[in-house]
Write a protein that binds this ligand. Structure first.
Ligand code: CTP
Ligand code: CA
Ligand code: CA
Length: 654
């Protein structure tokens, strides 16, 4: 790793300020990733046009070749050369080809009905009825990138949080602390009078070389001239670490990514999206106010959707600047205590959330929405076979063959019209789980639906496994594979022996957060701000036939690539504000939410809805939690459009 570049100056400090603003205690707190030290450094790394880059690397296309990833007739990822032609995720393949005839439009890999394994099929787009999307190729690349990031950081001084399929947060604090002590030995001396509240000496530095970073400016040129303090040095070192990581990813795996380096997650995430592609943005503490004040708060994570709208209509502005004048009491009054305080802090760039090492999968789901609906058992069974194969291949990655971990329960959800039913059963323990067993269990659950009648036409089926348990793997402590939260940083890199091996990712176990009590319940995805489908519903629920469906908060992205055609057919999802073309697309999108909800239930994460919603969502959650492990029945009437929206409209989504 290259070392940070400093222009050393004489130790005499020109400004008359003889001491740092920071204390010995604040310095030491870096070693424990404390959220209360102003010296902490957090980075957010996000891959550029991720799925598109995966295809570019796989196909070996030229860097400047426009390429998009196709799912049925829609586009789900567009590389930067193609974006120059005005192509975005809103385009159909036909429109995109008109804009750029030389566009390569690569369809995602699919499982074909009856096949044992997913593959890239040339004719997939025409076969939505018999194929199911597989995101496995992208998961694999995601794992390789994550493994490389972890390898490039010191194993005992890292904290890495996978936030979605193509992004991570890094808490670089402890690593930077160790570099501080190496480079500035005076910091290792005990504080004067052994008093940790004593101020540190100033750094022996007058100018920091920020190389190619996009540096967010300060409001006041005067401050720029001021000597840097330790927070600047820390963030500079962080920026160098991140630059090296990005270069390694590029060199070793061929991918470009963008990054933000700042004092917390909120700002680092805004930083990574600030300049794309292949750039990094540093937001120093002294630049935060200026950085945020020119921004629309609707660009901030969790303020892109319903909550953002509510704030706009309450305070009649979209500008952070205007909100800065609103006293916290008034925010609390208008939005409730939790949300008010959260908003007050957020627009000031205050965020004390931790980077938590979450790598454990809690459940896996494989699903398919049928358009046209399916009408017989033979069809259903074919899909169950695919679901079983899909889930099993992911279980293999998760170490089920070596008995590292295994799921305890299996669920099948069936949808007919507005009715969603689910059945659950135990997965027999004792022998190594195999695909045939999963398939048999799934079929048995399906037979239960049939025995009750009213199965056809079926519009959606989804199979999931959950209740993962740790297995016994011989002498080696399983603990090394199963790191949670703080344990992770103590361990050797949080990695399995095979760097490309099963570092889990689809269903990271959520670590309970200590900060912002209450506010998290408003957000469906607490960390995955981008809404990438990593957590994941890897499938077709996001696209049906000719309709293109965006499953994420379009407004959160500043790239401008997610605009929607303003036609009268556009429907808006009241849960997440996604704009959908036509009723069919909306219905399918709601199916997607439903599947997501089911996943949430799997996860046991019932908090966010139950507080606010008295509608169907809480009933549904209650129904789910009351279902026992022994194929218990839970029939849910009207969980789709109408009621779902009623319940959800009370939620504040981002
Ligand atoms: N994705 C998707 N459907 C969505 C949103 C995202 O399939 N509704 C996929 C995209 O294909 C993308 C990946 O998730 O490649 C990551 O999403 P995101 O980071 O939001 O966009 P990128 O395509 O990576 O583009 P950017 O360079 O703006 O990050
Ligand atoms: Ca991305
Ligand atoms: Ca992303």
């Amino acid at each position: 790793m290259s070392s940070p570049r400093f222009h050393m100056s004489s130790p005499v400090h020109g400004t008359g300020r003889r001491k740092s603003r920071f204390t010995y205690r604040q310095l030491t707190l870096l070693t424990s990733y404390s959220t209360s030290t102003p010296l902490r450094v957090i980075a957010h790394i996000d891959l550029d046009a991720f799925y598109a880059q995966c295809e570019m690397v796989r196909l070996g296309t030229a860097e400047d070749q426009p390429l998009a990833v196709q799912q049925w007739q829609g586009l789900i990822a567009v590389n930067y050369p193609a974006r120059e032609f005005g192509i975005g995720r809103h385009c159909t393949v036909t429109d995109a080809k008109k804009l750029c005839p030389k566009l390569i439009s690569q369809h995602v890999a699919t499982w074909r009905e009856g096949d044992e394994k997913w593959a890239y099929h040339d004719d997939a787009a025409a076969h939505i009825g018999t194929h199911k999307v597989s995101l496995d190729p992208y998961r694999l690349q995601s794992r390789r990138i994550l493994a490389l990031i972890k390898e490039s950081l010191p194993s005992n001084l890292q904290r890495v949080e996978k936030a979605s399929i193509d992004e991570v947060f890094l808490d670089l604090s402890a690593h930077i602390h160790s570099i501080f002590l190496q480079r500035f030995p005076e910091l290792a001396y005990p504080p004067p009078y052994d008093d940790p509240t004593e101020k540190l000496p100033l750094p022996p530095v007058t100018a920091l070389d920020w190389q190619a970073d996009a540096l967010v400016d300060f409001e006041d040129a005067e401050i720029e001239a001021d000597d840097p303090d330790w927070d600047d040095v820390a963030i500079l070192i962080g920026s160098e670490i991140v630059r090296d990581i990005r270069a390694q990813i590029r060199r070793t795996l061929g991918y470009t990514c963008s990054a933000g380096i700042a004092g917390n997650k909120l700002l680092s995430k805004l930083g990574s999206g600030y300049k794309k592609p292949n750039q990094q943005t540093v937001i120093r503490n002294r630049a935060v106010q200026h950085f945020l004040s020119d921004m629309k708060f609707t660009k901030i994570r969790n303020l892109g959707g319903k909550l953002g709208e509510q704030v706009v209509s309450t305070f009649h502005t979209e500008a952070v600047k205007d909100l800065l004048h609103v006293p916290v009491e008034q925010m609390k009054l208008k939005l409730g205590d939790d949300t008010g305080v959260w908003l007050y802090n957020t627009i000031r760039g205050i965020d004390v959330s931790e980077v938590s090492s979450r790598t454990q999968i809690k459940s896996m789901l494989s699903a398919k929405s049928f358009r046209p609906y399916i009408n017989n058992q033979e069809q259903a069974v074919k899909w169950l076979r695919i679901f079983a194969a899909d889930i099993f291949s992911r279980l293999v990655e998760e170490g089920v063959l070596e008995n590292k971990r295994r799921p305890k329960t299996i669920n099948l959800h069936h949808r007919q019209g507005v009715q969603t039913r689910s059945r659950q059963s135990n997965i027999p323990q004792g022998k190594t789980l195999d695909e045939a067993t999963l398939f048999e269990l799934a079929k048995n659950l399906f037979i239960q639906f049939i025995q009750e009648g009213k199965v056809w036409p079926c519009s959606n089926l989804s199979l999931s496994v959950g209740g993962f348990e740790d297995g016994i793997t011989g002498n080696r402590g399983i603990g090394a594979f199963l790191l949670k939260g703080d344990e992770a940083r103590e361990s050797k890199g949080n990695l399995r022996e095979d760097p490309a091996g099963p570092v889990t990712h689809e269903r990271p176990e959520k670590k309970r957060r200590v900060e912002s009590p209450g506010i998290q319940r408003f957000f469906p995805k607490r960390e995955s701000s981008s809404g990438d489908p990593e957590e994941s519903i890897d499938d077709d629920l996001t696209g049906t036939g000719n309709s293109k469906i965006e499953t994420k908060e379009a407004s959160l992205n500043s790239s401008g690539s997610r605009l929607w055609p303003a036609t009268e057919y556009v429907k808006v999802c009241t849960r997440c504000n996604a704009r959908l073309e036509g009723a069919e697309a909306l219905q399918s999108h709601l199916d997607w939410h439903l599947a997501k909800d089911l996943q949430e239930e799997e996860r046991g994460n019932q908090t966010f809805a139950s507080h606010q919603s008295t509608g169907s969502r809480s009933q549904k959650t209650a129904a789910a939690s009351s279902s026992s492990l022994s194929s218990k029945k839970s029939t849910r009437g009207s969980t789709s459009s109408t009621k779902l929206e009623q319940g959800q409209s009370k939620l504040k989504f981002g």
